[in-house]
Design a protein around this ligand. Structure first.
Ligand code: HEC
Length: 392
């Protein structure tokens, strides 16, 4: 049997992406936690630490100190945290290229939404990635940077608009991945183009004994705060691929917006945990947003009534033979595949009967099968499957 190179490459990239992502976000969570738990002296003397913390882990004791301005002597070994971010972005982009660009016809494009050629869809995706960064970067440099609350609201609205646009151009699942990639690009861009370069300037100034321009620190802080709040939404998107009830809800952008708000509220709760500010409202808000994400799309999605009458097993099987078995059989006839996709087969009566629930989930609830609706499955056919499964 021939080696399935694309699947192996995508598996290894995904593995790398998850590992580097954990390292990046793990470090980011750790430093927020550290900052929140520092024990701060009443008054900081010049050259002394602004806070310190003792912890125990893996059989040893750790003693961290934080200096807001410069320590009296710059240490010879200063550790930076940046490669985690860079490798997360690189592996993520390559993964997107292998799955969604190389397999654009299957994964990126949904011909029933927009009949794009591969190169058109790929260009649109890359343009949105770059455009997202450019717009965000300009916003950070504009007077908006002095109004962080307004900035955050505007950013959220722009992302939601981008999700609506992506939902019109790409397949439902690709639309989510597009937004996730845009958020990830902004986060990594912040590290690469701003946070690290600014920190380098500050360190160089400190070593040379020059006065430090506080603007560098402020700009890096704003972006680093945005990164902090974007982590939960982006992680949700990266796991949502297994949950068509979200991206395939019929109003995927709304599901995404509501779940992102829940994630942002949770993040905010953790950021406030060690302060005296009220925190409970953010937990309650997160729960409300999740309930809204579960219920709103169902209430909004009003499918056109399809009157299909009674449906026999023969009819259901015909639909499945027409739309599914090209990919879900021991020897798929689909040109892109040599093995049943997801190890899932629908080539016998028995298998069809056994897998009713899964068929219902992917063809009726979320409508993300057949993949990219390549075979042009109609709403009436979906309704026939539903009637056969639920009422037959
Ligand atoms: C063009 C190829 C293709 C066609 C046609 C297709 N699928 Fe799929 N299907 C896939 C791929 C690829 C996956 C794995 C990725 C995923 O889960 O989205 C998959 C996964 C699935 C899964 C998840 C299986 C599991 O155990 O996780 C179900 C259920 C499914 N398809 C049902 C269907 C049904 C029902 C049809 C026909 C209406 C259909 N598919 C048509 C390619 C296809």
């Amino acid at each position: 049997m021939a080696i399935d190179y694309t699947t192996w490459i995508s598996l290894i990239l995904r593995w790398l992406h998850v590992i580097t992502g954990i390292a990046w976000i793990g470090a980011s969570f750790y430093f927020v936690w550290l900052d929140n738990n520092l024990e701060r002296p009443e008054k900081v003397k010049k050259g002394e630490a602004d806070g310190e913390l003792w912890s125990v882990h893996g059989g040893g004791f750790y003693h961290n100190k934080k200096y807001m301005s410069a320590p009296a002597n710059m240490p010879t070994h200063l550790h930076w945290f940046k490669y985690e971010a860079y490798f997360t972005w690189i592996s993520g982009f390559l993964l997107m290229a292998v799955i969604y660009y190389y397999g654009a016809n299957l994964y990126l494009i949904d011909k029933s939404k927009m009949a794009l050629e591969s190169w058109q869809a790929i260009s649109a995706s890359i343009a949105m990635l770059a455009g997202g960064w450019v717009v965000y970067d300009l916003m950070c440099k504009s007077p908006l940077r002095k109004r962080p609350g307004l900035f955050a609201i505007l950013l959220f609205v722009l992302f939601t608009l981008a999700a609506i646009v992506a939902g019109k151009i790409f397949s439902d699942r690709a639309a989510y991945m597009q937004i996730g990639a845009m958020i990830g690009t902004i986060m990594a861009g912040n590290v690469f183009f701003n946070i690290i370069p600014n920190q380098k300037i500050v360190v160089a100034d400190l070593i040379a004994g020059r006065p430090v321009n506080p603007e560098f620190g402020k700009a890096a802080k704003l972006r680093s705060m945005h990164n902090n709040y974007m982590t939960l939404p982006v992680l949700f998107i990266m796991t949502s691929g297994h949950y068509p009830i979200t991206y395939g809800s019929g109003v995927g952008w709304l599901s995404l917006a509501l779940i992102s708000l829940a994630g942002i509220a949770v993040r905010h709760y953790f950021n406030l945990r060690h302060t005296d500010k009220p925190k409970a409202p953010f937990v309650i808000a997160a729960v409300i947003f999740i309930i809204a994400a579960i219920t709103f799309p169902l209430a909004l999605k009003k499918p056109e009534p399809q009157n299909v009458g009674e449906v026999s097993f023969q009819e259901a099987r015909q639909i499945i033979n027409k739309h599914c078995t090209a990919c879900h059989a021991p020897n798929p006839t689909h040109e892109s595949f040599d093995e049943p996709q997801a190890g899932f087969r629908l080539d016998t009566d028995e298998l069809i009967r056994q897998n009713k629930a899964l068929i219902l989930e992917r063809t009726v609830t979320s409508k993300d099968m057949p993949l990219g609706n390549e075979t042009g499955m109609t709403d009436a056919e979906r309704e026939m499957l539903r009637v056969w499964i639920e009422e037959g």
